[in-house]
Ligand binder design. Structure first.
Ligand code: ZN
Ligand code: CU
Length: 489
């Protein structure tokens, strides 16, 4: 091929993405940049005037679009979903390229032969729990090859259910020793840390010493500790203090999961809680995540039911037809109390409208806050966060309400979580990093899922690439799935 003097020699790549506004995930301002991919990784980044000699086997036009790192959903319960539904439409359609599973003390491994008590049943029934080791679980994820990357936490609740004959007490020295061994083996197999759900009945009898003894094991591996705290309501400050002390004594970085001030009596207290976290960050490595909705969702527990907040049923084993209906309406129809109705609907799940919108916005806007959906993929009528979290942050809270700029919004769902959870070579767009990328329209991106109609795909996401493989095209899932297990070493 003859070339004019000074013209650069043609360079060939698998994928070239041109003319986008690159938001690289670090929080740095957007820049006009083209990105080239070879295999699984980003091979080159250059200004459009310097990439004329690039040739992509696949060329993607990103003009009038933002090009960003794929989003990292730091708080999920997708442990089983990635195995039984590896297309992961709810996540890949939002631009999510990595999910962190095993949150809230609930992980699918290492445990077998159980009738999962709540909240372990959020992951599935007895037939779902058959991974004796984290190594076996991660191998199963690799075999299923989901569309998204998966990093796994070990659930404290899972360890307790697997070892203890009575969950209504703190663990004995022997039990702690065995749980430490299981946790160490799981971390050696590639788990990235430990999670607790101290609010739940599987775990609320565990004292802080038990948790510290386990979190110490994580410290040695450079992993992370995430916690659904003992109390997110009246005693939230005591729980934050417990979280700080645990992290300090175990010498481990900690993430406060789905931070909220729960119940009308505590609305407005996020000023107080965020001030505590800000101060705590001087002495421990403390992060937090949140979802962009003024309602939470978890198992239906008759003890948590009252008439102060609206409660909507997401799933009910004895009454599947109740999914999507308000508990108050069902109780009225049955002419019984809310609690009695909840007892009859159990086991099941519910949405609790327990959060103040102003608190949620204040928490979301707090710079250290990461985005985590906490979506529950097995509910019949799930909380809309499962399908809508990331486009809702970008479209509603960033563009429409101006809670933060786009670079900050992207950082909260990419570079910040990758750094916090130790996901090497992910979360930022740089040469050598894995090509987990999303191309979206900043003027149009928005969630469509609602509480009434939660199974709606978001709009405004044009392309998603996972490890260099095109996984979403103009809103449609691609047949090739390229997710990997992300290990902590
Ligand atoms: Zn939780
Ligand atoms: Cu959760």
């Amino acid at each position: 091929m003859s070339q004019a003097a000074g013209e650069k020699k043609m360079e060939k790549f698998d994928v070239v993405i041109r003319d986008g506004r690159l938001i690289d995930g670090t929080g740095a301002p957007a820049q006009a940049m083209d990105v080239a991919i070879s295999g699984e990784r980003i091979a080159a980044i250059a200004a459009p005037q310097d990439s004329g000699h690039w040739l992509g086997a696949l060329e993607i036009d990103a003009s009038d679009r933002v090009l960003a790192p794929g989003f990292i959903d730091v708080h999920t319960h997708d442990d089983n979903a990635v195995l039984i539904n590896p297309a992961m439409a709810a996540k890949i359609s939002q631009g999510v390229t990595t999910v962190i599973v095993g949150n809230c003390g609930i992980s699918l491994a290492p445990i077998t032969d159980i009738d999962p008590p709540p909240p372990l049943n959020l992951l599935g029934g007895r037939e779902s729990f058959h991974y004796e080791s984290m190594a076996a679980y991660l191998a199963a994820v690799e075999a299923a090859r989901p569309s998204v990357n998966v990093a796994a936490l070990v659930g404290h609740g899972t360890l307790r259910v697997g070892r203890m004959d009575d969950l209504n007490r703190t663990a004995t020295t022997d039990e702690i020793a065995d749980m430490r061994d299981k946790l160490a083996a799981s971390l050696a197999a590639g788990a990235i840390g430990l999670s607790t759900g101290l609010h739940y009945k599987t775990s609320d009898a565990a004292n802080m010493e038990e948790v510290i003894a386990l979190a110490e094991v994580v410290s040695a591996t450079g992993g992370i500790y995430t916690t659904h705290m003992r109390d997110e309501a009246d005693h939230i400050m005591a729980s934050l203090q417990e979280t700080q002390t645990t992290a300090q004594r175990a010498n481990v970085p900690v993430v406060v999961s789905h931070h909220k001030c729960s119940g009308p009596a505590n609305w407005g207290r996020s000023g107080e809680t965020l001030a505590f976290i800000e101060e705590a960050r001087n002495s421990v490595t403390m992060g937090l995540d949140a979802y962009p909705y003024a309602a939470g969702s978890t198992v239906l527990d008759p003890d948590w039911v009252n008439d102060q907040i609206r409660i909507m049923i997401t799933t009910s084993e004895p009454h599947p037809e109740a999914s999507g209906r308000d508990l108050a309406d069902i109780a009225a129809e049955w002419a019984c109390s809310l609690k009695e109705a909840a007892i009859r609907l159990s086991p099941g799940g519910a949405i609790y409208f327990q959060i103040d919108e102003a608190d949620m916005q204040r928490i979301l806007a707090y710079p250290p806050t990461m985005i985590g959906s906490d979506g529950l993929p097995h509910d019949e009528h799930p909380h809309p966060r499962l399908w809508g979290t990331f486009p809702r942050v970008l479209g509603h809270y960033c563009r429409e309400l101006g809670l933060f700029d786009l670079e900050t919004a992207v950082h909260k769902m990419t570079g910040l979580p990758a750094k916090t959870f130790g996901l090497a070579d992910r979360g930022t767009v740089q040469v050598g990093a894995f090509a987990d990328l999303v191309v979206f329209d900043p003027a149009r991106i928005i969630d469509r899922a609602t509480f009434e109609n939660p199974l709606q795909q978001s709009i405004g996401i044009d392309y998603v690439l996972v490890n260099g493989t095109l996984s979403l095209l103009q809103g449609n899932l691609c047949p090739d799935r390229a997710g990997q297990v992300v290990r902590n070493h």
